[in-house]
Structure formats: structure tokens, C-alpha cells
Design a binder for this molecule. Structure first.
Ligand code: NAD
Length: 254
């Protein structure tokens, strides 16, 4: 239980799903965790459950698309825990619409959260990681950042952008001991997935594709993503630089 001993980690979008599982696992492995989200109630619950298991965590309300929120989030980690070693850019937003139906506002919101949020957090995390002699940035893209499908125009484009941004970050800062890698989750059973079913043009067909249409025959669990984040966050992945880690039950291998 010490794979992240004494590390300070920020996990964005940590009030729910993959982020909540990741924050919880990081705390179990000895990290001091900043649980960042726009969802105060969910975030507070995650913090409470980490603390009741003996872990260290605090909630920060941060909208990752807002410059001031990101600065405050990074500052909070540094002031409260003394520095920053790990950043997991997990907060994300999905709009289940094609190019014709997507409004300009929806497009901008998806890119502001999914792409600009990663840029801003990275921008302010890197100088703090430099002060510690290094760090690890883990960005959550999607299997749909590798392959595309019908009906998710802005989302898929944003997730492809995250993969490329991660590689640029990795190459820019490797000499400073800062590694950046990307995880591409397949279909994971979280509230986001449930919402995608509900909003789909044909919810039953969508559920069939997502669950039984996967090579492994089921959706993934948030914990199965958290273990990937743990590996990339820890020093065990010291030779991983700009890597894509697919955790998708065989989805992109098809
Ligand atoms: P989720 O909806 O359960 O959790 C996302 C969290 O992000 C929520 O707590 C939400 O409040 C938070 N959030 C949204 N906008 C935010 C903002 N502007 N600032 C801060 N927090 C914000 O979703 P999840 O399935 O756990 O998704 C986590 C990440 O994994 C996302 O980036 C998503 O795109 C990606 N992903 C999910 C799946 C899947 O099948 N569930 C597949 C591939 C990729």
C-alpha cells in the first residue's frame, strides 16, 4: 500500500466514476490527494470515504475550463501538501451528437473542458513538478480518441486532441523528469456511460453495442482504469513517455 508513498496527487473529475476510483486507489497507495470537481457533493463524499479508510484527501471545487479555478487548485495542493508530483486530467464531458446537430456552444464547452482543461492544468502543474525534480501527468483520452464512431463529433475530436497534446507535453518536459502519458478507456460503467445510453437516438441498441458488442463481452469497471492510472502515476512507469495505454477490453484491437 505504498506505491505512491508521500506523493501529492491532483485528480480532476474525481467526484464520480473513473476519477473517484483513481483518487481512492491513490490514497490507499499512500498519496495525498486533491479531489477536484465541479460537483461539490460527490467530491465531499469521495473525500469522506478516503478519510474514513485512513487516507489523506481534500476537496477543491474547480471547473477545469476556468483559468482561475485551475490556478487555485494547483495552489491548494502546494499550500496544503507542500508540492505536486502527480496530475490526473480526468474531468470530461460528452455530447452525443453529430456535426449537424451539435450547437456551437456545445462544441466550445466540450473543447473547453476536455482539451483546454488539460492544457491549463498542465501549464500550471509543470512548474510545480519542476521544483520537485519531476512528476507524472496522466491524461484520460478515450478509445474514441483512436477510432471514431457516428454521433459524437465534438467528443471524439476532443479526445484525439488530448492524445496528441499528451505526446507534446511528454516530449517538452522529459528532460525535467516530468513524464506525460495517456490512457484510452473503452466502455466503462460510470454515470457518463449511463447518460450516453439515455441520450442516444436508440438507447437499447446503444446499450447492446456498448455491453455485449465488446470483445470482452462486458463494460469495464472504474477500478480497472484506476490501476492503469496508478501505474503511470508511480515511478514503476519510469520509462513510459508519451505512451497510449488502452484499457478497453479489446475494443481497439478489433
Ligand atoms: P463521470 O461523468 O462519471 O465523471 C466525470 C466527472 O467529471 C464528474 O464528476 C463531473 O462532475 C466532472 N466534471 C465534468 N466537467 C467538469 C469540469 N468542467 N471541471 C471539473 N470537473 C468536471 O465520467 P467517467 O466515465 O468517470 O469519465 C471520466 C473520464 O473518462 C472522462 O474524461 C471521460 O471522457 C473518459 N472516458 C470515459 C469512458 C466511459 O465509458 N465511461 C470511456 C472513455 C473515456
Amino acid at each position: 500500500a505504498d506505491r505512491l508513498k508521500d506523493k501529492v496527487a491532483i485528480v480532476t473529475g474525481a467526484a464520480s466514476g473513473i476519477g473517484a476510483a483513481t483518487a481512492t486507489l491513490f490514497a490507499k497507495e499512500g498519496a495525498k490527494v486533491v479531489v477536484a470537481d465541479i460537483n461539490q457533493q460527490g467530491g465531499a463524499q469521495v473525500v469522506e470515504s478516503i478519510r474514513s479508510a485512513g487516507g489523506i484527501a481534500d476537496f477543491v471545487r474547480a471547473d477545469v475550463s476556468k483559468h482561475a479555478d485551475i490556478r487555485a487548485m494547483i495552489e491548494f495542493a502546494v499550500k496544503t501538501y507542500g508540492g505536486l508530483d502527480v496530475l490526473v486530467n480526468n474531468a470530461g464531458l460528452e455530447i452525443t451528437k453529430n456535426e449537424v446537430d451539435t450547437t456551437e456552444e456545445e462544441w466550445d464547452r466540450v473543447f473547453d473542458v476536455n482539451v483546454k482543461g488539460v492544457f491549463l492544468a498542465t501549464k500550471y502543474a509543470v512548474p510545480e513538478m519542476k521544483k520537485r525534480g519531476g512528476g507524472s501527468i496522466v491524461n484520460i483520452s478515450s478509445a474514441y480518441g483512436i477510432v471514431a464512431s457516428n454521433g459524437f463529433a465534438a467528443y471524439h475530436a476532443s479526445k484525439a486532441a488530448v492524445r496528441h497534446l499528451t505526446k507534446a507535453t511528454a516530449l517538452a518536459h522529459i528532460k525535467e523528469g516530468i513524464r506525460a502519458n495517456v490512457i484510452c478507456p473503452g466502455v466503462i460503467d460510470t454515470p457518463m456511460l449511463q447518460a450516453a445510453y439515455k441520450n442516444a437516438m436508440d438507447p437499447v441498441a446503444m446499450e447492446e453495442i456498448f455491453l455485449r458488442g465488446q470483445p470482452i463481452g462486458r463494460a469495464g469497471r472504474p477500478e480497472e482504469l484506476a490501476y492503469g492510472c496508478l501505474f503511470l502515476a508511480s515511478d514503476e512507469s519510469s520509462f513510459c513517455v508519451g505512451a497510449d495505454l488502452s484499457i478497453d477490453g479489446g475494443f481497439v484491437a478489433q
